[in-house]
Design a protein around this ligand. Structure first.
Ligand SMILES: [Zn+2]
Length: 856
């Protein structure tokens, strides 16, 4: 992608002329362009009517067949196998020349080697590539419906203004970023239509693995839908503008538009915000002009966090805007009393007129049609703006890219050593992830390290991802607490992944070559020598994938016993097997032959894992399932009924309670207060006291119970009677910023020491960056003589050593407290992780502790 840049300038003009037109040119079409209602049998936005993703896809195909202004581009399959598509909408001429416009967009995104005149010429010639994404959050259903109506309007318009807009811009329209979830929500809605559960919540995640967190995945790129879109954006189309349409709660403003709220990320080029605010101004104007009230800016959504769709693009010199429209009850209208309207959110503390909210919505009936009307207005305003400011936006992207290059030290690099790593495979994964993001990654001569140059268009993104975060203390008023982060406060990839990386200056003309995701060299895997057994150091995450693959294939695997001799690096040993070499190669693991089995090893038996799944869906359950499946563990979900029924040892060796509150797990309740419309009866309740007793019985008879983060609260209580308490039990309610004066560590990376001689700490470094999410820190005490308790990981003695990346106030409360503990009870074990050992499948540096706990 980014190589041979220097040649580009020379052949620029030539290249533009000689580019072949797109293969899929369609001739002007004269067919009847169907209205959505003709196609669906109902009006878009009608009360209680929804089109599902397959209907939407069929409609777009029909539109593309009838109109020369619309084409369909496939983006690949979804997690559950749906075809993910986007519509490419523009004038017929632009669609015919789309290859040329993609090439211009690519050059403007990386204008190295171009003169100012050449950039201006490209900006004059180019079209704005405008990406509009809808419905990443599946219950935020309006935009998936709006997309059909908007595309139809654009397809049939004959007025000069629309024609001009379609001549200036190429619209990339994704009716849903999560097709599987769109279908789930539509099916659920239809199933309960006409019952008291109409429009109510679903008792499961609306993405097979990650639910709402599909919009937290945009720097880590773990999910297939994220990868599909990332590939299209940063390797193919290079849009200058990204608009992502969401929905928010029902009782506040009607729509949020830019500017964002504070805080603001240091590294984003300020021009990004200027462009976004220009867009926000146009949206506000058109909404107000159309008589739409309740428009707010500077509200809730900060300009700091890079994990969501368009945000990630900010660090890559792309303009990107979020809108959030108030929700109805899916497609069911809501009648909202004026007395129910509320603020209580950053930017609108009380629901009343303010300069960022000059025309409050007065209350009344709010329906799907209203959502769609607001969304149509902002979509139109966005297209109008990218048309009007076409050249400014194109030049803006190029100027930000050039600024990133020119302001960098040409000798500055991030270096990721390959061999000098605890886990070279994870180090390579980090380099691969950067390349997937479109970052220029180089391989040093000698192939001993990856080098990521500072002087490149995406250098701000690189710095944000590779460096550490210091969350800014912004006080909205003198004496008040700080503004809380919208999501997490730390994402330092090397720390999270447990990868060594350092900043270096290379002035000696070091040789290196650009590598792409495809040709990036992974550590060679396979078998070295011949023997009855093969051994590998037990400190590579992939070793667990190999163990699981070999157990599945009927092979034999041996691991260190509990009484591993102090300070010896633990190993995993594999008996020779016809599939061993191929699996080792696939997993980049190099195994060393040995004639016999080392002493003190025990055979690893296949572990049957039950992963608890509450009806108030746990995002962590989804992520844990995703991660364990990725590493080939043998797991099944286990629901309330099955837990309550007991006799759990018959089916499971390990039960994992993912992060969820005690209320959710035990009682199936979200919190202790407040109204909840609830689920249909078959999805109500929790595991109850019987469930807790069944879990205790499971442990006493030899099972292993693992609790992740808040789930530890479920078993800290009389039922288990363990010598442990959570010293932060009442410190703060996550995300609410309660008691910020005393203790406030919002989702940051903290230093933790690990007992590497404990089986759960095997293969780990003595010190890790652990992802701290909720207020959990353990204080243990000595147990009765027939039980053991181990502190496996703990926080430093001194508060000033605790924060690694993010924000920490009141870290004294963590001093010398335990972070991971284990207990024996009867014949079984309990392991409690206080931090997020596998947070969103991002914290590769601590995955192994979870894997160790499973096989312990
Ligand atoms: Zn959303």
């Amino acid at each position: 992608m980014l190589r041979q840049r220097s040649l580009k300038a020379v052949v620029l003009t030539l290249a533009l002329v000689s580019l072949a037109p797109a293969k899929e040119i369609e001739q002007s079409k004269t067919g009847h362009i169907p209205k959505p209602s003709e196609f669906l049998g109902f009006e878009v936005g009608a009360d209680r009517k929804l089109a599902d993703y397959r209907q939407i896809a069929s409609y777009f195909k029909a539109l593309a067949a009838a109109s020369g202004r619309i084409q369909i581009q496939s983006l690949g399959k979804t997690t559950l196998g749906e075809d993910m598509f986007m519509a490419v909408i523009s004038s017929e001429e632009n669609l015919r020349d789309q290859a040329k416009y993609k090439e211009i967009a690519r050059k403007l995104a990386d204008p190295r080697g171009l003169s100012k005149e050449q950039i201006d010429a490209l900006a004059a010639q180019g079209k704005t590539i405008f990406l509009l994404t809808c419905n990443i959050h599946s219950t935020e259903i309006g935009s998936s419906q709006m997309a059909m109506e908007w595309a139809y309007k654009l397809a049939i318009a004959q007025d000069d203004e629309t024609k001009k807009r379609l001549n200036d811009a190429i619209v990339l329209l994704l009716p849903s970023l999560n097709p599987d979830g769109q279908i789930m929500v539509t099916e659920w809605y239809r199933k309960y239509l006409g019952t008291r559960y109409e429009g109510g919540p679903m008792p499961y995640l609306y993405h097979h693995y990650v639910g709402h967190d599909n919009n937290r995945d945009w720097y880590m790129l773990t999910q297939i839908e994220t990868k599909n879109v990332n590939q299209m954006v940063y390797h193919e189309w290079f849009p200058q503008f990204w608009l992502d349409e969401h929905q928010m709660g029902s009782y506040g403003p009607r729509i949020y538009i830019p500017p964002n709220a504070d805080p603001v990320a240091k590294l984003v080029n300020p021009l990004v915000h200027r462009g976004n605010n220009l867009m926000g101004a146009a949206m506000g104007w058109r909404l107000e002009e159309a008589g739409k009230s309740g428009v707010i800016y500077g509200y809730s959504y900060d300009a700091y966090w890079p994990g969501g769709t368009r945000n990630t693009g900010w660090w890559k010199n792309m303009f990107g805007v979020l809108t959030e429209t108030a929700s109805a009850r899916i497609a069911t209208p809501m009648d909202i009393s004026p007395t129910e309207l509320q603020g209580g959110v950053k930017g609108l503390i009380t629901y009343e007129q303010q300069i960022n909210f000059p025309n409050p919505w007065p209350g009344g009936v709010w329906r799907l049609r209203d959502i769609i009307d607001y969304e149509l207005l902002v979509s139109d305003a966005a297209l109008e703006t990218v048309s009007k400011y076409r050249q400014e936006l194109l030049r803006g992207v190029a100027s930000m890219a050039m600024h990133a290059v020119d302001s960098a030290d040409p000798a500055g690099f991030w270096r990721i050593p390959i061999d000098d790593q605890r886990d070279p495979i994870t180090a390579t994964r980090l380099a691969s992830l950067l390349a997937e993001h479109g970052v220029e990654v180089r391989l040093a001569a000698g192939k001993k390290s990856f080098l990521v140059p500072d002087a490149q268009p995406y250098s701000r993104f690189v710095e944000e991802m590779m460096g550490i975060q210091r969350y800014p203390e912004v006080h909205p008023a003198p004496g008040s607490g700080i503004l809380e982060p919208y999501d997490v406060a730390a994402w330092s990839l090397p720390l999270m992944m447990g990868v060594k990386a350092d900043r270096v200056r290379l002035t000696g003309g070091e040789q290196s070559t650009v590598v792409t995701m495809k040709d990036l060299p992974w550590p060679a895997g396979g078998l070295a020598g011949t023997g009855k057994y093969y051994t590998v150091a037990d400190q590579l995450n992939n070793v667990f994938a190999l163990a699981n693959a070999m157990l599945k294939a009927g092979g034999q695997v041996f691991i260190a016993k509990n009484e591993k001799p102090e300070n010896e690096t633990p190993v995993m040993v594999f008996a020779t097997h016809p599939q061993l070499a191929a699996n080792a190669e696939k997993l980049h693991l190099s195994l060393q032959a040995r004639p016999d089995l080392p002493k003190d090893l025990a055979p690893l038996k296949p572990v049957r894992i039950g992963l608890y799944k509450p009806y108030i869906a746990s995002l962590d359950e989804g992520w844990t399932r995703f991660l364990l499946e990725r590493y080939g563990f043998n797991l099944k979900n286990i629901e309330n009924k099955e837990v309550k029924a007991g006799n759990l040892n018959a089916a499971y060796d390990v039960i994992i309670l993912p992060d969820s509150t005690r209320d959710v797990i035990v009682e199936g309740r979200q919190g202790r207060e407040g109204y909840s419309e609830g689920f249909p009866p078959e999805y109500t309740g929790g595991i109850g006291k019987e469930g807790l007793h069944a879990l205790r019985d499971f442990v006493e008879k030899g099972g292993t119970l693992i609790t992740l983060a808040r789930a530890s609260d479920a078993i800290i209580g009389e039922e288990f009677n363990l010598p442990v308490r959570n010293v932060l039990a009442n410190a703060t309610e996550r995300g609410r910023g309660v008691q910020t004066a005393e203790f406030n560590i919002p989702r940051s990376l903290l230093r933790v020491y690990v007992d590497i001689n404990h089986p759960v700490g095997y293969g780990m470094p003595r010190e890790v960056a652990a992802f701290f999410d909720g207020p959990i820190a353990f204080q243990t005490s000595a147990p009765a003589p027939d039980a053991l308790r181990s502190v496996i990981a703990w926080y430093p003695d001194d508060a000033k050593d605790i924060l690694v990346s993010g924000y920490a106030h009141g870290a004294e409360r963590l001093e010398r407290k335990a972070a991971v503990v284990s207990f024996t009870k009867g014949k079984g074990k309990i392991v409690m992780f206080g931090f997020r050992v596998q947070h969103r499948a991002q914290t590769e540096g601590t995955f192994q502790m979870l894997f160790n706990a499973i096989i312990w």
